[in-house]
Design a protein. Structure first.
Length: 62
């Protein structure tokens, strides 16, 4: 499959709304990593980092 077709296929899949919904939750593992390494404010502009997971993604062709 040519690269353009691959990109088009991926875009079509991610542009469809998921059937199961989107789950957003805090990612404590990442928060703990950044709090222990004490990054500068330039490296970490937001103190809370979230994880986003799409559930039950429909990968079937129409």
């Amino acid at each position: 499959m040519p690269p353009f077709e691959v990109a088009k296929n991926i875009w079509e899949q991610i542009s469809k709304p998921p059937k199961g919904g989107i789950v957003i939750k805090e990612n404590h593992a990442i928060d703990e990593h950044y709090s222990s390494s004490k990054p500068s404010s330039e490296e970490m502009p937001h103190s809370n980092i979230m994880s986003v997971m799409v559930t039950n993604v429909d990968t079937s062709e129409n």
